[in-house]
Design a protein around this ligand. Structure first.
Ligand SMILES: [Cu+2]
Length: 178
């Protein structure tokens, strides 16, 4: 799963970084010996910097090839629309039942403060999410492949009863078009 991969990559990078720190600490008493000291490490720093700088652009570009968010100028007629509004402290949905294997477009906004709109399955695995912001409608597209009851939880602390801000949406096999 993608989350496990991200976790593994993070652990490897943390280990490398920790190794660099330990090496710097262990060799720090050697660095002020002679006029050439520090030159080779400066060369290495510069090499690593430019390698990372050159890698950064394609990696970031690739990571943007899939985003669930829909630009405001995208007409998107084929998706089934669900209007979702966050309030302190509840969600209001324009429909509570949606079909499986169809593109669902959530139009998410808030009536008061910032909320986080997160959709979880019955095992509380996050499937998709976006921000619910006052004065802004975020368009989030997702296709549910498994029928069932999904929970919508607030993902951003929004006051006293934030923890209670949840509702459910049913993903069903038969079609329920408007
Ligand atoms: Cu909240």
């Amino acid at each position: 799963m993608l989350q496990n991969l991200a976790w593994a990559v993070s652990l490897i990078l943390i280990a490398i970084l920790a190794g660099v720190f330990v090496r710097v600490i262990r060799t720090s008493h050697l660095t002020d010996a002679g006029p050439d000291a520090g030159k080779s490490s400066a060369r290495w720093r510069s090499r690593i910097f430019w390698t990372l700088a050159v890698l950064f652009v394609p990696v970031i570009a690739y990571s943007f090839t899939y985003l669930p968010y829909v630009p405001a100028n995208d007409a998107g007629n084929d998706a089934i629309l669900v209007e979702a509004t966050g309030y302190q402290w509840r969600w209001e949905l324009s429909r509570e039942t949606i079909p499986v294997n169809r593109v669902i477009e959530f139009r998410v906004t808030s009536a008061d403060v910032n909320h986080g709109f997160g959709i979880y399955d019955d095992k509380l695995r996050l499937h998709t999410q976006t921000q619910a912001m006052p004065g802004v409608t975020n368009r989030l597209r997702h296709t549910f492949n498994v029928p069932g009851t999904y929970k919508i939880l607030c993902m951003e602390y929004c006051g006293m009863v934030h923890h209670n801000m949840m509702t459910e949406i049913q993903v069903v096999a038969e079609q329920h078009d408007d």
